[in-house]
Design a protein around this ligand. Structure first.
Ligand code: FAD
Length: 497
């Protein structure tokens, strides 16, 4: 089936115009635009969730796919660069570690770098693990630079509201029919239950063959119409509320996100070019809204520019993200708290998978089964990695942290922690989002040290092992030394052409 007129699925209707809606629209028009008629419906009256978002390096892969120019994107969304996340007070009060992007040291097929480092450390010959990771050292020094051919691994902090507008301005002219209006009804075929049209408040009918539900937490099509079901994960991730507030930029623009543990949750600090996004994620079972607001406002750098905005959520996953001819993306497909900045990534990977599994001939069912299985695995992998931060805490100063320390965790995660403790091995599956470096820094950052390790370092001999580690550390330090500060680089890089 190759010519446009013969396809069973040609009219794609995207419901919702937040980050999810415009990300889906941009990718679909850019990749399959010649084969589809794309309409996006959004309501200015309802608005979007954007709070000042942090991302992960896969964001750049997605931008390469849809053809986004980095300087233009950074100027339009007031973005800054991100090399990792600084976790403060998570293990014990007063302690801090950085989870960097990029890789630590050099691994071989036999085993990963940490085995050599652990051996050298046992002999008193190694520096801190972070000294062997370029992004870690640069983040600590507040430095940043991208150069042609540079291998630095990074992501961005951005203003999600501006990002949706940027995508709309750039990709609408490529063939997206945008309709402003509130969806009032969802029409279904009486026999099959497939969605046939959205009816807006002013009576406009928007017909389609495939519908992408990007309506946010409400899940207008996937849940309110098709009742896909929701798996509630609050027993493992108990936070259920966030207060978000913007502050002026008080002069500190580190190239990393800060995640600062508080009495019943944690606080984020996301530096943008023009302001700073802040918020407190907390658990309403342990903290009411007023004390949470007080805790947030009492811990801000810089004057608030807005009133704190309360967002309630239920951590978990839509049981099926694709049902009949509706695919949910973004908040309508589930929500994992932003501790590792994964929501926008899950939108991007979701739309890429939809493009790979696109049901051109109306062959929905087999493709939906595959899509849903992958989506489930992705959500669960991210979920386990986020739980890791909570379960490893050694804090016992509040009921919330005692609960986190003592709660039962998924067997898959317990097995992984035990493997690391016993052997120094991490061994993530190839398709997992978080690789060895991520698991290493969080586990060691929160006090898990392996009892044993692989003896691959002994094959080198003491002298060569020490020389290899010493020169790696010195080369990284020298390279970072030459880099400009993050702020200087942004000022230069984002200047209008
Ligand atoms: P929304 O932004 O809610 O958009 C919904 C859209 O649907 C809107 O356009 C609305 O107008 C439209 N709509 C709804 N109902 C109707 C209707 N009846 N008729 C017409 N239109 C309708 N992600 C990250 O990657 N990194 C982070 O650091 C991060 N931090 C976050 C912090 C918090 C506290 C929260 C809650 C989320 C965070 N996220 C983060 C998630 C991120 O904000 C969202 O994943 C992302 O913005 C996508 O939202 P969305 O487009 O799915 O929903």
């Amino acid at each position: 089936m190759s010519s446009k007129g013969e396809q069973a699925v040609r009219r794609v209707v995207i419901a919702g115009g937040g980050t999810a809606g415009w990300t889906a629209a941009a990718a679909l028009v850019r990749q399959l635009g010649a084969l589809l008629d794309i309409t996006l419906v959004e309501s200015d009256a309802i608005g979007t969730v954007g709070v000042g978002e942090a991302t992960i390096p896969t964001f750049r892969t997605f931008h390469a796919l849809i053809g986004v120019d980095e300087r233009e994107f950074m100027r339009e969304t007031k973005a800054t660069f991100k090399l990792g996340i600084s976790f403060e007070d998570w293990d014990r009060l007063g302690e801090r570690y950085i989870h960097p992007f990029g890789e630590v040291g050099k691994s071989t097929w036999m085993g990963d770098f940490q085995h050599m480092w652990l051996m050298a450390k046992d002999r008193g010959e190694a520096g801190e693990l972070g000294d062997y990771c370029f992004e870690h050292v640069a983040a600590r020094a507040g430095k940043f630079a991208v150069a042609e051919g540079s291998k630095i691994n990074y992501a961005y902090h951005l203003d999600a509201g501006m990002y949706a507008k940027y995508l709309r301005g750039k990709f609408s002219p490529m063939g997206i029919n945008r309709i402003e209006g509130k969806i009032d009804q969802v029409e279904q075929d009486g026999e099959s239950g497939y969605v046939t049209a959205l009816v807006l408040e002013d009576g406009t009918r928007v017909e389609g063959d495939l519908f992408v539900d990007c309506t946010g937490f409400r899940g207008l099509l996937i849940e309110q119409t098709l009742e896909a079901g929701y798996e509630d994960w609050r027993h493992w991730l108990p936070t259920d509320s966030a207060l978000a507030v913007q502050t002026e930029n008080a002069g500190s623009t580190p190239p990393y996100t800060r995640a600062m543990a508080r009495s019943s949750g944690w606080q984020w600090r996301i530096p943008l070019q023009h302001r700073v996004g802040n918020g407190l994620v907390f658990c309403s079972r342990y903290q009411d809204e007023d004390p949470a607001r007080e805790e947030l406002l009492g811990n801000l750098e810089g004057e608030p520019l807005t009133e704190p905005r309360l967002i309630r959520y239920v951590t978990g996953r839509r049981r099926r993200a694709w049902v009949k001819n509706v695919v949910a993306l973004g908040l309508s497909s589930g929500f994992l708290e932003p501790l590792e900045s994964t929501s926008i990534h899950l939108i991007q990977i979701g739309v890429m998978r939809l493009i790979q599994l696109f049901p051109f001939d109306g062959n929905f069912e087999a493709l939906a089964t595959r899509y849903n299985a992958k989506s489930e695995a992705e959500f669960e992998n991210v979920r386990d990695f986020i739980i890791l931060h909570y379960t490893l805490t050694r804090r016992d100063d509040t009921p919330f942290w005692r609960h986190c320390r003592d709660m039962t965790i998924p067997d898959s995660l317990a097995a992984r922690i035990e493997l690391f403790q016993e052997s120094g091995c991490v061994y993530p599956a190839a398709e997992e989002l978080f690789k060895v470096t991520s698991w290493l820094f969080v586990m060691m950052g929160q006090g898990v040290m392996p009892h044993h390790y692989h003896h691959m370092g002994a094959l080198l001999g003491d002298q060569r092992l020490n020389r290899a580690l010493g020169s790696l550390k010195a080369n990284i330090a020298a390279a970072v030394d030459k880099m400009p500060t993050h702020q200087v680089f942004i000022d230069r890089y984002c200047r209008a052409p």
